[in-house]
Design a protein around this ligand. Structure first.
Ligand SMILES: Cc1cc2nc3c(=O)[nH]c(=O)nc-3n(C[C@H](O)[C@H](O)[C@H](O)COP(=O)(O)O)c2cc1C
Length: 184
């Protein structure tokens, strides 16, 4: 059974990301074609990257890096749940990604973005990062708007059609996670 990690990419107190990532996980866990786990990067207390060697060498020296590596290693594919901060993904998610290399490589990734206009720019930013990590980024993505999928920009009330867009993205992540497994 494929194992898919749903990565909650914001760490801010009062973050909207937690409700979004929980909703994605609930939709995913109705499926029977893969196992899904919500991974909150805040739980790993990662400082700004503090490893002396390039992550591609896998020579980790810090307990927080080893814990993060061991968790990410368990997955065949990912969903990155990202806010948009200044037309990019969050610094916290970029930092968490930068810690590792082989744990991401040759795995599939899909995206759920939320922000003023569906976090399209944050997702494009993550697609270029995914390319450098040799990840297979799927075409379908979920764009949630603070104007139409939240009340008062803070209470998450996704429009009805969004559940189908999550499942379309997951269909692609699962198909490509299975295909990429043959490369590893
Ligand atoms: C530092 C910062 C920069 C932001 N920049 C953008 C932006 O460029 N485009 C956008 O649509 N929303 C922007 N927003 C709004 C966020 O997407 C929105 O507040 C979202 O809820 C943030 O995710 P979080 O609550 O999980 O931290 C920004 C918010 C913050 C805190």
């Amino acid at each position: 059974m494929l194992n898919i990690g749903i990565i909650l990419g914001s760490t801010r107190p009062g973050r909207n990301g937690e409700a979004v990532a929980r909703w994605v996980t609930e939709i995913a866990q109705k499926r029977t074609d893969a196992k899904f786990e919500l991974v909150d990067i805040a739980d790993f207390n990662l400082p700004l990257l503090d490893e002396p060697y390039p992550p591609s060498m896998g020579q980790y020296t810090k307990p927080h890096t080893i814990a993060w590596s061991e968790k990410i290693n368990t997955f065949d594919g990912f969903v990155f749940v990202t806010p948009e901060y200044n037309h990019a993904t969050s610094a916290a998610l970029k930092n968490a990604i930068d810690y590792l290399f082989n744990e991401w490589k040759d795995k599939a990734v899909g995206f759920v973005g939320y922000g003023g206009s569906g976090a399209q720019r944050a997702v494009e930013n993550l697609r270029t990062i995914a390319a450098e990590l040799h990840m297979a980024d799927v075409r379908a993505q979920v764009g949630l708007s603070l104007f139409t999928d939240f009340e008062n920009f803070s209470v998450f009330k996704p429009a009805a059609h969004q559940e189908a867009s999550v499942n379309t993205m997951l269909d692609q992540v699962i198909a490509w996670s299975g295909a990429m497994k043959t490369l590893r």
